[in-house]
Design a protein around this ligand. Structure first.
Ligand SMILES: Nc1nc2c(ncn2[C@@H]2O[C@H](COP(=O)(O)OP(=O)(O)OP(=O)(O)O)[C@@H](O)[C@H]2O)c(=O)[nH]1
Ligand SMILES: [Mg+2]
Length: 190
């Protein structure tokens, strides 16, 4: 978080985390597209993220202009150093889970990885605004939400259903993480 009193602005860093191919980049592309914004992407020829993607959302909150700089991490394990680097200074996390039954193990593993990545910077899952997005609700092998809540959301965070490729749930997820971040920010100011 960066607060600039002179310009009455505050900047927050939002990171889309989660396993490879879950749909993190798809979310950020949809967000950028809706705002007719450019997206800064670093990916391989197969469109796998190797560094991060980045876009931003700006909202007026009272006197303050709040900017939310949005990043994705690469989900592939070979890029774990980059993933950790992107997590530096994070204010809020969207954990994108793939709803497919075959991805359950990976989702669960990644919840642990998220906890470790936060710990690197002295943060905890409990104290960090986190929203879980159950993406790919359209696939045939999508697990019921109750099963995902029980198996993946072991950290008891708010969750949103999505079909990011169609833009479904993308804005709702972003709104949710922004409100979680602002709520925490409000508490810090008290
Ligand atoms: N069926 C379906 N496919 C989706 C959905 N969202 C994303 N995809 C597809 O899933 C694949 C991976 O999406 P990405 O957004 O690149 O995944 P990522 O999480 O950024 O992956 P990494 O960068 O490797 O970590 C792409 O082929 C997307 O088109 C969805 O809601 N439903
Ligand atoms: Mg990606």
């Amino acid at each position: 978080m960066i607060i600039d009193h002179t310009n009455k602005s505050v900047k927050f860093k939002v990171v889309y985390h989660g396993p490879a191919l879950a749909g993190k980049t798809t979310n950020v592309v949809q967000i950028a597209k809706k705002r007719a914004q450019d997206i800064l992407s670093f990916d391989t020829k197969q469109e796998r993220t190797i560094v991060f993607d980045m876009t931003k959302e700006v909202r007026q909150i009272g006197d303050f202009t709040a900017s939310f700089i949005i990043y994705t991490v690469p989900g592939q394990h070979i890029y774990s150093d980059i993933r950790k680097m992107v997590m530096r200074g994070v204010d809020g996390v969207v954990f994108v889970a793939d709803s497919s039954e075959s991805k359950l193990k990976e989702n669960k593993e990644f919840i642990e990885i998220l906890a470790e990545d936060l710990k690197l910077y002295g943060k905890t899952v409990e104290d960090t605004p986190i929203v879980i997005q159950y993406n790919k609700r359209d696939v045939e092998e999508a697990l019921p939400i109750e099963a995902l809540e029980r198996e993946v959301n072991t950290i008891g965070k708010p969750s949103v259903e999505a079909i990011a490729i169609e833009g479904v749930g993308v804005e709702e997820t972003l709104d949710k993480i922004i409100s979680e971040i602002l709520e925490r920010f409000g508490r810090l100011l008290k």
